[in-house]
Design a protein around this ligand. Structure first.
Ligand code: NAI
Length: 429
């Protein structure tokens, strides 16, 4: 607008014409189309959890750590009666304190804050299991520990109660063997921080009943989150697609490219935060853990520099040091100077690995279709919304173009860029 005014300040008709043209471009351009699509994708996710007949009241959360504590607080904030279990009362206390801050921030009025606090009950003995309509398990990411917990709680659960696990990487088939009624187990994979991240992956295993999956989806909407149905494959959708992109960033850093340059390449593409800062924010220990689980199932390299940082206790923002150093929770980004970096190649290396994994997930039907994949990546990771998601981006650039880029990168940088078989299906359609 300012440019047009500046150019046509003395010519009223010229200004009106230029304005009309520029507006038409804004309304009909790719950015507008993609953003309108994002709106409809959001509506599509919302429509997945609309079963009004399902009205759970009581939620029991087991594990009051980073995730369980925040999930419990969020459910209480959204009006549910929640009991929160952990091994000792001392482990629950910090979660209750965090919940109080959340309620204060969101609800403001003292009476509302008190009501929300009354809905959230510390329950280290796990008495809430017996009355819960939904039990959300968010204990350590260890299949044996989870299985032995299930054995102890299943006999005490109400017959129609849903058992949801927040596991970020363990296939449900490995967990449900401990249950006499495995059809009750579903994944509700929340993202950190729970109060900010809209997406919840609703993971169905081979045994999960359709009714339980539908209940999980409806519950997700009831707590004002967006449900994304995914299959129980390693990493599910979002982490599986994100991880090659993060690992490529770690490799670039190990090659001597400053983190701020790598992040700049991604934010220029349209990501809300660069991959290096994202890895630091998620926690390098958590990234490493998820990468290791994925490496068991897919050919994936885990850079030594990541292992070393974790071994040295440099875990990212939470420890004050990761790839960046942190001051008051903010990364200190040293000036990178003009630097003679090939920004296009850096960007392609990062984004093409993400696109390649997206195509792989689609070929394996981790999600049902392109729309759901795009929605998952936009609402789960903030993937450049104006580009409409990974699949929409491939469509815009052309599948053949990305395929060729991958082949070139494979020749230059190695096997990890081998195009997935799914590209052939895409290029034929
Ligand atoms: P955490 O280590 O912060 O908390 C786990 C809590 O579970 C601890 O307080 C521990 O005392 C408790 N616990 C362990 N065994 C228990 C038992 N038998 N009974 C009662 N309480 C028990 O872990 P975090 O990060 O909250 O992760 C929990 C789950 O959420 C894991 O499955 C993880 O993969 C998943 N997840 C984690 C994310 C993250 O960013 N931290 C993101 C998404 C999922």
């Amino acid at each position: 607008m300012i440019d047009i005014w500046r150019q046509h300040a003395t010519d009223k008709q010229g200004m009106l014409d230029a304005e009309a043209q520029s507006l038409a471009q804004l309304i009909t351009g790719a950015t507008a189309k993609n953003l309108v699509r994002v709106f409809f994708l959001q509506e599509q996710l919302k429509s997945l959890g609309k079963d009004k007949s399902y009205q759970p009241k009581y939620v029991h959360v087991i594990g009051a750590g980073t995730m369980g504590g925040d999930i419990a607080a969020w459910c209480a904030f959204r009006g549910f009666h929640v009991s929160l279990q952990d091994q000792t009362p001392q482990r629950i206390a910090p979660a209750i304190k965090r919940a109080h801050s959340l309620f204060k921030r969101k609800l403001k009025r003292p009476v509302k804050i008190t009501e929300a606090m009354d809905r959230l009950m510390p329950d280290h003995k796990g008495i809430g299991v017996e009355r819960a309509d939904i039990i959300i398990e968010a204990i350590f990411e260890d299949a044996d520990v989870k299985r032995s917990l299930y054995k102890t709680i299943e006999p005490r659960m109400k017959p129609d109660a849903v058992l949801a696990t927040n596991t970020s990487s363990i296939p449900l088939e490995e967990l449900c063997t401990a249950l006499s009624r495995p059809e009750r187990l579903v994944g509700l994979h929340f993202f950190n921080p729970v109060a900010m991240m809209q997406l919840v992956e609703v993971v169905t295993g081979e045994s999960t009943s359709a009714e339980v999956a539908a209940h999980a989806m409806t519950f997700t909407r009831q707590i004002d989150r967006l449900p994304l149905p995914v299959t129980s494959t390693p990493g599910f959708l979002v982490n599986r697609i994100l991880m090659p992109y993060l690992m490529e960033a770690v490799l670039l850093e190990a090659e001597g490219i400053p983190p701020a340059v790598i992040d700049k390449a991604a934010t220029t593409f349209g990501m809300p935060m660069g991959p290096v800062q994202l890895a630091d924010t998620v926690g390098l220990d958590i990234c490493l853990h998820v990468a290791e689980i994925l490496a068991e199932h897919f050919t994936a390299e885990i850079p030594d520099s990541l292992r070393k940082r974790v071994a040295d206790g440099n875990l990212g923002r939470k420890s004050g040091r990761g790839f960046y150093n942190y001051k008051k929770g903010k990364p200190v980004k040293t000036r990178t100077g003009a630097g003679n970096w090939n920004m296009e190649e850096i960007s392609n290396r990062l984004i093409d690995r993400l696109l390649n994994e997206s195509v792989s997930c689609l070929r394996e039907h981790v999600v049902e279709n392109n729309d759901l994949l795009d929605a998952g990546m936009i609402f789960g990771t903030g993937f450049a919304p104006f580009r409409g998601g990974p699949m929409q981006h491939i469509d815009a650039v052309g599948a053949e173009t990305v395929y060729k880029q991958l082949q070139t990168l494979k020749a230059l940088r190695g096997e990890r860029f081998t195009p997935d078989d799914g590209w052939n299906i895409l290029m034929q359609s």
